[in-house]
Design a protein around this ligand. Structure first.
Ligand SMILES: Nc1ncnc2c1ncn2[C@@H]1O[C@H](COP(=O)(O)OP(=O)(O)OP(=O)(O)O)[C@@H](O)[C@H]1O
Length: 235
């Protein structure tokens, strides 16, 4: 069963099409990069998967659950990392993880929290530090640990690489690979062509709400991808 399936999904705001006839399928463990410029419809797509927006047409299934009819049940299987992961600044990384896991209905002990933070790539000396001064990359790692605690089957990332330096972007790629190794499917919405190409299995180009191209990441080099992207957006 696919981890995520969108069938001919469309939505318009005040008569203006934001997403049109979008079909996507992600297998468990698959990493998919949804590429597109500002306004292409990426965030709207994530919001429909999360059940915050209802499509006008089409269906969305998360691990077989109808996300339009049962948004809460679908959302329980999803971990969402927004462009900036919000943590409680006064709590440590371990406390944040325990708190957010509890909100998702999972009680985890301190040892499990530390193991999950380590699995998500957060360095040991940050586990007991308050999140107040955490970088974007560190907050993302706590976000991924929350996803692991929740046993999410689908990880949604919105602009995950914006504002990351090369080392943090490399860490993120490793974290995404380890989520994928655990059979968590990952859907990333981004306009960063190059950073995601290394980690994604498949790439889709969204232009004015339509999926205008889909490729296996391994089948396309960075120069060809950039050419294709510019060509499709100009069409
Ligand atoms: N709640 C809303 N009401 C009206 N129009 C909206 C709403 N949300 C999105 N839109 C419009 O839908 C289109 C797609 O927007 P969306 O935010 O999904 O694009 P995006 O690809 O995520 O871009 P960005 O990278 O800027 O977030 C845009 O034209 C946007 O103005």
């Amino acid at each position: 069963m696919p981890a995520l399936r969108l069938d001919s999904v469309s939505i318009a705001f005040n008569g203006d099409r934001a997403v049109a006839d979008l079909s996507l399928t992600l297998a468990p463990g698959e990493v998919y990069a949804l590429l597109g410029p500002n306004g292409a419809g990426k965030t709207t797509t994530l919001n429909m998967i999360l059940g915050f927006l209802k499509p006008d047409l089409g269906s969305i299934h998360v691990g077989g659950i109808d996300a339009v009819a049962e948004p809460l049940a679908a959302r329980a299987r999803i971990a969402y990392l927004p462009e900036s992961v919000m943590l409680h600044p006064g709590l440590t990384a371990t406390e944040n993880l325990s708190y957010f896991a509890l909100l998702a209905g999972r009680r985890i002990d301190a040892a499990t929290a530390r193991r999950l933070l380590a699995d998500a790539g957060l360095q040991d000396d940050a586990h007991d530090r308050r999140a107040h001064g955490f970088s974007k990359g560190m907050r993302q790692k706590v976000g991924v640990a929350i996803a692991l605690a929740k046993e999410a089957r689908l990880l949604l990332l919105d602009e995950p690489t914006s504002g990351l330096d090369a080392s943090a972007a490399n860490d993120l790629s490793q974290v995404i690979r380890s989520a994928s190794d655990r059979r968590i499917a990952v859907l990333m919405a981004t306009h960063d062509l190059f950073r995601v190409k290394d980690v994604a299995h498949r790439l889709g180009i969204l232009h004015a709400g339509r999926l205008v191209e889909e490729r296996d990441a391994a089948s396309i080099g960075p120069v060809e991808l950039e050419r294709l992207y510019l060509e499709r957006l100009a069409a």
